[in-house]
Design a protein around this ligand. Structure first.
Ligand code: DP6
Length: 400
């Protein structure tokens, strides 16, 4: 028993999510309380996930954190907020009971190691998966089973939505202490089996203005953002939930595109303005509209966050053709064999009329690769001890 308590360890994985009604702007920057509710789709962890191991031992002399193998400062206020909140819940849970294991663990320092199965530089919302995973692993370590989206929110706003699978709403809440600013599931990942996601990775560069700083300038200067939060988003949320419940792709797709566009309009309305879309993003937007126009209805829908990568929602029966459209529009210059990754994509021959109407000015090499994925579940516990990222000595295992 004593030996068992000398080193306790838990490993979890957590997903990336992509918002279809965007979060942009805080009313409380410390507690991370948003000015509007938001809604996202959780992406499948077979393609994109963070894995985190948290360990506690009486032998550890300080809290330590490693990201993708490199040690980073554990003193970051958001990491500290997550640690503090999970520990607080663990103490509360213990209450008056005689759970000496938790009591012991809570007095020990922790080591945490976290890794993504995708390149951080690809600009794929890694902080959401990262903080969701940190909170999940710490909670497992301490045996906390409470609702944890409130804690993940303290790491990064969008992280609270990665605490659930499928279709997830983050309710802005009303209380100043944030206890009602939580994420909940609107529908599970099994709800819409045909829904597919194509991530068009267009840039390895870091985003120009970090979202945390960018959104604060928007709150301070953009009248459009105020109108959006007060008037537009409440209406759109109700609509979006209806489209999801009814699996109405046209309604879902149109609103997804409109909301992405309005988010980027608030960025332009920010002073000084913020630009996340570039020429290539606009090229992809125009391509999606030409493709939909050719078919006479909405078959693909784009959305962009605080970076130039495009995320495309579509249905399974459209994937092969649209991937071919992307391949012809942005002919790969290198790694042609790895241009399409993730879920399998079949081949498609594009009809001449479609080529003529949709593929107008090809830009070779502009899209690095396409990742094909779909909605997936929330954080998972990893049972297999060989998957822990920390060794028996509490240090990161050597990884390739
Ligand atoms: C554009 O959650 O990264 O992706 O709360 O400051 O950590 P912080 O910001 P973050 O913002 C995400 C903004 C967005 C839209 C969204 O995911 O809803």
């Amino acid at each position: 028993m004593a030996a068992e308590r000398a080193l306790a360890m838990a490993t979890c994985t957590a997903p990336v999510n992509i918002a279809v009604i965007k979060y942009w702007g805080k009313r409380d920057t410390d507690l991370i309380l948003p000015i509007n509710s938001s809604l996202s789709v959780t992406l499948h962890q077979d393609q994109l996930k963070t894995t985190t191991t948290a360990a506690a031992s009486r032998d550890f002399t300080e809290d330590r954190l490693w990201l993708n193998g490199a040690e980073v400062d554990v003193g970051h206020p958001r990491v500290q907020a997550c640690l503090r909140e999970v520990r607080r819940l663990a103490r509360k849970r213990r209450g008056g009971s005689e759970d000496t294991t938790t009591l012991g663990l809570l007095s020990y320092k922790v080591h945490v190691a976290s890794e993504n199965n995708f390149p951080t530089a690809a600009g794929l919302a890694s902080s959401a998966a990262g903080y969701a995973c940190l909170v999940s692993a710490l909670a497992r370590l301490y045996g906390v089973e409470d609702e944890l989206s409130e804690v993940a929110r303290r790491g990064s706003g969008s992280a609270c939505r990665s605490m659930w699978g499928g279709f997830v709403q983050w309710q802005r809440g009303e209380r100043p202490d944030g206890t009602d600013s939580l994420a909940h599931q609107v529908a599970p990942e099994t709800h819409w089996p045909e829904l597919r996601v194509l991530v068009l990775v267009v840039s390895g560069k870091k985003k120009p203005v970090a979202s945390t700083a960018g959104m604060q300038t928007s709150v301070e200067t953009s009248p459009l953002l105020k109108h959006r939060a007060e008037v537009v988003v409440p209406e759109r949320l109700a609509q979006m939930i209806r489209h999801i419940r009814e699996r109405d792709f046209e309604g879902f797709g149109q609103l997804t595109m409109q909301d992405s566009n309005q988010f980027h309009a608030t960025c332009l309305d920010t002073f000084p303005p913020i630009f996340y879309l570039n020429d290539l993003s606009r090229h992809i937007i125009a391509l999606a509209h030409r493709y939909n126009a050719h078919h006479g209805h909405i078959k693909v829908a784009y959305t962009f966050d605080a970076g130039p990568n495009a995320v495309i929602f579509t249905l399974a029966d459209t994937v092969d053709e649209f991937v071919e459209v992307v391949r012809c529009s942005f002919p790969p210059t290198t790694n042609g064999d790895q241009f399409v990754r993730g879920l399998p994509v079949g081949s498609a021959a594009l009809p001449q009329e479609l080529m003529a109407a949709v593929v107008t000015e090809p830009v070779p090499g502009a899209v690095q690769y396409i990742l094909h994925t779909k909605p997936g579940p929330g954080p998972q516990l990893v049972d297999d001890p060989s998957q822990h990222l920390l060794g028996a000595d509490g240090l990161p295992r050597h990884h390739a």
